[in-house]
Design a protein around this ligand. Structure first.
Ligand SMILES: [Zn+2]
Length: 284
């Protein structure tokens, strides 16, 4: 298993002086790509939020494109077009149906509309390997992109018996050549992967430092909703290890407080309308 932290080229010195007087490296621009939405039972995101059967709510699916002088990163790959059949092994094309997506909202169409070719993406980073984050990893199978997840995530994702376990569908990633990171790792200037396990054993968040917009933290499913983050925190229903989850939330909170970061949560339908969305608007 390779470790991308050692494989990376030395990071070029592009330091600038931030408004706080701290030297920090920043990215060129960042685009939030909203690939439509799934339906999910709200109790999977906030425990105890339904009492009489499922409470179906909209669960938007986010990817993030980060452009830097040293390369382009795609954070997560959303859900696949063929989810109705691909997700059958979990019996779960009904559990989280990806049925709130327009023809122009699939990841490949959106990247095309942004004007970024698949072969122009240098790193595809999976926050974790669940079906709604690794679902389009296959698009990059034959490109030169480095495909990255955490070492703990890869170990789990290849280690269970059978085709599917709790959100991991081997078909999504078993043919991919996945490189790994362990520990918090700055993969490009201003782009840092943060270990934030709990939702899965190897979930990560991404910190991005921007010149005008400041620091942004993309939690992916380490924190589904602003409501989970609080304070006070609200426990998620769908979680692998609750103790790890609490520790990760407090770790992210410390980074947020230190950097005054904007938090962008994994599936927060209330937050998405307030985000700038590519290709019309970018964070710089
Ligand atoms: Zn998810």
């Amino acid at each position: 298993m390779s470790d991308i932290g050692r494989l990376c080229e030395p990071i070029p010195e592009v330091a600038i002086v931030s408004t706080k007087g701290l030297r920090m490296r920043t990215v060129d621009r960042l685009g939030v790509v909203v690939c439509g939405a799934m339906h999910c039972d709200r109790s999977s995101m906030v425990v105890g939020s339904n009492s009489a059967g499922p409470n179906w709510v909209e669960s938007p699916s986010l990817c993030v494109l980060v452009e830097t002088s040293a390369g382009t990163v795609l954070w997560d790959t959303s859900c696949p077009r063929d989810w109705r059949t691909r997700w059958e092994p979990q019996g779960g094309n009904l559990a989280n149906p990806y049925d709130l997506v327009g023809d122009d909202e699939y990841l490949d169409v959106q990247l095309n509309n942004i004007g970024v070719g698949l072969d122009e993406i240098d790193y595809v980073v999976f926050s974790h390997l669940h079906i709604d984050h690794a679902g389009n990893g296959h698009l990059f199978k034959d490109t030169n992109a480095k495909l990255i997840c955490s070492a703990d995530e890869k170990e789990f994702a290849f280690g269970f018996d059978g085709p599917f376990a709790g959100g991991h569908l081997k078909r999504d990633y078993e043919d991919l050549s996945l490189e790994t990171v362990s520990g918090d790792t700055e993969i490009l200037p201003g782009v840092t992967l943060i270990q934030a396990p709990g939702h899965t054993v190897g979930s990560m968040a991404m910190q991005v430092d921007l010149e005008d917009s400041g620091t942004m933290i993309f939690t992916s499913d380490s924190v589904f909703l602003g409501e989970n983050f609080g304070p006070p925190v609200a426990k998620p229903g769908f979680v692998t290890d609750l103790r790890m989850w609490f520790a990760s939330v407090e770790k992210l909170r410390q980074i947020q407080e230190r950097t005054d970061a904007t938090m962008v949560f994994g599936h927060d339908a209330e937050q998405v309308p307030r985000l700038k969305r590519a290709p019309e608007m970018w964070y710089v």
